[in-house]
Each structure stands twice: as C-alpha cells, then as structure tokens.
Design a binder for this molecule. Structure first.
Ligand SMILES: Cc1ncc(COP(=O)(O)O)c(C=O)c1O
Length: 376
C-alpha cells in the first residue's frame, strides 16, 4: 500500500475506533468451556431475556412456522399481516407501526433518519447504552441529564437544559434500564409537550409495568414509542421489535429509511402466532410479576444487599459489603452471569439480574448469599 493510502486508512479506522465498545458480556458456551461444565448448567441472567415463556411452547410454534414459510421469497404478506395484528392488539392504526429487527435496529433507524453530524440528542442517565452509541455512531452529540437520586425523572432540569432548544431527539426509557422504574405518565406528557423535537420513548419493558403511553402517539406528533417481542414474548433470538408513532413519522421511517426486508419471514410469522397466543403470554407475565416480588423480598433478607423495586423483568441491587466487580467475578466462577453495572448515580456497587423462574432464582440467591458471607 502506498503511504497516502495507509495514512487515510489509519485515520478512518481511528475515527471509528473512538466509539465506545458495547459489551454484551461473556457467552454461556465460553463460560461453560472455561469452567469445564455443561453449557446447560450456566445461568444466564445478564440480558433480561424472558425464561418464563416455555421453550416447548416456542419451539412448537416455530415448527409450525418452518412448515408454512417459503424462504425462497422475500417477506411481504407476513409483514402486512403482522402490522395489522399488532394494530389490533395495540388499538392503533396499522400505518402507525414500523417493524424492525429488534428495537435496537429501530433506534439506529431513527438516528439515521433524523440526525445529522453535530446535532444534539438529549437523554437521561443512567439508561440504556445503545442510545449513546447510536447517537455517536451517527456523528451527533449525546447529552445525558441525570435522574434524581431516587431514580425519578427531573422534568424541570431536562426542559431547562441549555441544549433543549437545539436538541433534535430526546430518548427516554420507561421503565428505565437499569433502574427498573417506570416514570409517571404525566412526567412523560410534560416532556413531550415541552420539547420541540422528537421524543423517543423506549417501552421495551412496559408489559411488566403498569401502563403504556402508546395511546399518546395519537395526541402528539413528536412521539415515537418503541416496543419489542424480545422480552415479553420471549423471542430475543429472533429479533423482532417495532415503533409506534404518528402516521407521518412512521411512513417516513418505513418508506424512506427502513430496508424493505429488514425482518425475516420467520420472525414475522412468529410474531403473528404469538399475538394469537397473547392470553397465554399474559399468564406468564403474571407469574413473572409474582416471582419478581418474591425475589426482591428474599434479596432484602440478605445483609449488604439493597434491591430496588422493579417494573421490569430484572432487578437492580446495590451491594455494600462486596464490590460489584468481585461479586460479578465470583458469580461467574459459579456459572452465573449477571450484569455488572457498577456505579448508578451515588450508589457505588450495583449489579442487575434477570428475573427467572424460581429454581434459577434460588440458585442465584444462594450463591450471592454465599459470596457475601465469605467476603465480610
Ligand atoms: C431499554 C432497552 N431497549 C431496547 C432493547 C433492545 O431490545 P431488542 O431485543 O428489541 O433489540 C433492550 C434490550 O435489552 C433494552 O433494555
């Protein structure tokens, strides 16, 4: 390669490398190999997947899908069918829906559609790391506004932020990851009313909480609500998410920015089948809520563990007698993968754990208790 090309390439790579890495954590297979155990014995509690939806149930639906799908064709009819089924389920117009390969991909799509180099994006802190990553990837500037110490949304501070007039997009996650609380509907409304740009309200966990703000998309033209099949329906591996907004916004996203075949026929067909089984899924969510309450109660009994209340399928907890690094490492050694969050506002050592069926939670609680007892 000539020197000019080497220099150019170096600059391109350096600029791209300046973005933060998104670490999805160790894989179960890799950890199992390291520990010399069977992968099925690894407890994966770091990505808020939904283990309350039985694998047998999902596999039997998937088998039906496999028998019905003709993979030689691009997905077309199934996309329309899923949009219509979702519209009915959510009580919105099907034109308001944009499907994507997970809500992650829709976040990227929004950035791609509405942000230009140097633009400003407002958000909260702490929150889901992908907003910052997508913003920075798009060359825009990310400005986080901290939550209050009790994890509540500081609407006034947000709307008084010096960047508010120039910001084009504002991300809010409610219920928020990692703090697990849902912000009051009125607070969301105040933000949507007080902000001139687009408000993206990520409701990935809303099915585990008290309410949804999807209905507000009919009232406010600057609101986009994000939802996903990953958590509530238990199909994180198939990648299926969607946005609900005004028809103006959704048609721009769908017709001008989304790739025409962004979601596979398999995922689309699974989505249709899962919506037909929504009552069964609702039952599983009820069980999850009950198990979440039990988990929090049990964690409160351990000295040195302060779990926070949750309106999601995960629980955030602060550790006072062991660092989160140490707890994370020791849990890994026992074949349990949690999310090492570290600092959350003024709390030093936090970990986040997915709520899973009882036997798994028993194993997690026993291990955490053991670790804490040997550390004090
Ligand atoms: C707040 C939040 N938004 C979006 C996502 C991504 O969901 P999906 O699987 O639909 O891409 C996650 C995943 O953990 C999340 O926590």
């Amino acid at each position: 390669m000539n020197e000019r090309r080497i220099g150019w390439l170096k600059m391109l790579l350096e600029e791209a490398r300046s973005l933060n890495k998104y670490d999805v954590g160790v894989t179960s297979e890799r950890l199992a190999r390291k520990l010399g155990v069977d992968p099925s014995s690894i407890l994966k509690l770091n990505s808020n997947e939904n283990l309350f939806v039985p694998l047998d149930f999902l596999r039997s639906l998937l088998k039906e899908v496999v028998d019905e799908v003709d993979p030689r064709f691009y997905p077309r009819d199934e996309r329309v069918e899923l949009e219509e089924a979702l519209a009915k389920h959510l009580n919105v117009d099907h034109d308001q829906i944009v499907l994507g390969s997970g809500s992650d991909q829709i976040i990227e799509l929004i950035v791609h559609a509405f942000l230009r180099r140097g633009d400003i994006v407002l958000s909260i802190a702490p929150t889901f790391a992908i907003y910052e990553r997508a913003t920075r990837t798009g060359g825009a500037r990310y400005v986080p506004v901290p939550l209050r110490e009790d994890f509540s949304l500081d609407v006034e501070r947000m709307l008084r932020s010096v960047e508010i007039e120039r910001a084009r997009v504002l991300f809010i996650c409610s219920p928020n990851n990692p703090t697990a609380n849902q912000f009051p509907r009125e607070a969301v409304r105040e933000i949507v009313e007080g902000f001139n740009g687009l408000v993206v309200l990520d409701e990935t966990y809303a099915d585990f909480a008290r309410y949804s703000t999807i209905d507000l998309t009919e009232e406010y033209e600057n609101l986009i609500v994000l939802r996903t099949f990953s958590k509530v329906f238990g199909i994180a591996g198939l990648r299926l998410g969607y946005a609900v907004s005004s028809v103006d916004i959704s048609s721009i996203l769908r017709e001008r920015f989304q790739m025409p075949y962004a979601v596979s026929s398999i995922a689309l067909r699974m989505g249709i089948k899962l919506l037909r089984n929504v009552d069964f899924i609702k039952g599983r969510i009820e069980t999850l809520r009950e198990e979440r309450a039990i988990l929090i109660r049990r964690l409160k009994e351990i000295d040195g563990v302060q779990p926070f209340s949750s309106e999601t399928n995960f629980v955030l907890m602060n550790l006072s007698s062991v660092s989160s690094d140490e707890a994370y490492r020791r849990l890994l050694n026992r074949g349990i993968i949690v999310r090492n969050i570290g600092r959350v506002l003024n709390l030093e050592n936090c970990i986040r754990v997915t709520v899973a069926p009882r036997p798994m939670m028993e194993r997690f609680i026993k291990s955490l208790r053991g670790i804490i007892e040997t550390c004090v």
